[in-house]
Design a protein around this ligand. Structure first.
Ligand code: SF4
Ligand code: ZN
Length: 355
């Protein structure tokens, strides 16, 4: 016997909602999903009328649903926003070129203009060429650092007021776990913020902060949205994979684990006296950075000098390591240390440092 929708609308339920376990019909699921995102947006006051907002669009499920729902809520509730899709082309043949075709179709389907910025034009490197140089171990470090800045640069070119990204509740909970495991207090402190905005940057927000990935997939499926579902061909990202698997295991035992981890992350506070990085401006490119030279410039310099591994690892750890060895070793300035002003001792091969 068919199960009735638990809202009492007298239609048959077609799904069990992962977040609450409620049996819902399609229309009631759409409504509750959209209203929850609307509530997240209004409760956190993410936008003001006339904001020009860039939707970071990769063609994947999260950003496609985000683009669809931003347009829908903007129309339904008269947010008064001007929307634009902003995509980053990392230069990954057989992956990003195909997913960008999806974004181009979304541009037509949702009547939202699209701007694409590429690593090739911004940095003179594609991910295909970077992987040729460094292999498949640290490729996501390069890609993540470059993407973050590319999105900022694209947003600056467009002169938007705000950026929205499709990060969902699962992504944020994974990031909390990863930052705890890495002891990265600075990131742990800010990774649950719904808006990140440091001085001189365009604010970024996450309207899907409390939206479960499973529900985004269901929404895209039942709405028959056009999205790209293939994994990146260079996707080892093992560390996040472990955090994800761990959370999925927890979820089997305790269905609220994702939201619980996010709430825990929100409640962490850093005790007085813990030194946190201060934000400044990169001496080379002018972007916000906690170091004199930003990570993107350091990585880029390593690539351009044919020593791509030079920029990997934390600058603070490089400094610490060198301080320990400095007393009995004669220092020379190595190539990327020109930008960091760090003395690299002659006898240490930086490639062998255990970061
Ligand atoms: Fe870039 Fe890694 Fe993501 Fe591929 S999996 S798009 S290389 S960050
Ligand atoms: Zn820089």
């Amino acid at each position: 016997m068919p199960i009735q929708c638990s809202t009492g609308c007298h239609k048959n339920a077609v799904l069990k909602r992962p977040k609450t376990g409620d049996a819902l019909c399609k229309d009631c699921f759409f409504w509750v999903f959209e209203e929850e995102v609307h509530h997240t947006i209004t409760a956190a006051k993410l936008f003001t009328p006339d904001d020009y907002v860039a939707i970071a669009a990769s063609g994947g499920k999260d950003s496609t649903v985000l683009a669809y729902i931003m347009k829908l809520l903007n129309d339904r509730y008269n947010y008064g926003l001007k929307l634009v899709l902003l995509s980053v082309d990392e230069g990954i043949t057989g992956y990003r070129d195909d997913s960008l075709e999806t974004v181009k179709r979304n541009e037509q389907q949702y009547s939202i203009p699209l701007k694409i910025v590429s690593y090739d034009e911004l940095y003179g490197w594609t991910m295909d060429r970077i992987v040729e140089q460094i292999g498949l171990k640290n490729n996501c470090t390069f890609c993540g650092v470059f993407r973050r800045q590319a999105l900022d640069r694209g947003a600056t070119l467009l002169k938007v007021d705000k950026i929205v990204t499709g990060h969902n509740a699962d992504d944020i909970a994974e990031t909390v776990i990863m930052n705890i495991l890495r002891g990265d207090i600075a990131r742990l402190q800010r990774c649950t913020a719904i808006v990140t905005a440091s001085e001189g940057t365009i604010p970024r927000s996450k309207p899907f902060k409390y939206t479960y990935e499973k529900e985004i997939v269901m929404y895209a499926y039942f709405k028959k949205l056009d999205y790209f579902s293939t994994e990146c061909i260079y996707s080892p990202n093992a560390y996040r994979g472990y955090a994800r698997a761990f959370l999925k295991d927890l979820e089997k035992i305790r269905s609220t684990s994702i939201i619980d981890v996010i709430h825990s992350g929100e409640c962490f506070s850093v005790r007085d006296g813990v030194k946190l990085p201060t934000q400044g401006i990169c001496e080379q490119c002018g972007h916000v950075s906690s170091q004199p030279v930003c990570k993107a410039c350091v990585l880029l310099e390593g690539l351009n000098k044919g020593k791509p591994r030079l920029g990997l690892g934390k600058t603070s750890k490089i400094r610490e390591h060198l301080k320990r060895n400095d007393e009995n070793l004669e220092g020379v300035v190595a190539s990327d240390a020109d930008t960091h002003k760090i003395n690299i001792p002659k006898t240490i091969n930086i490639k062998q440092l255990d970061f």
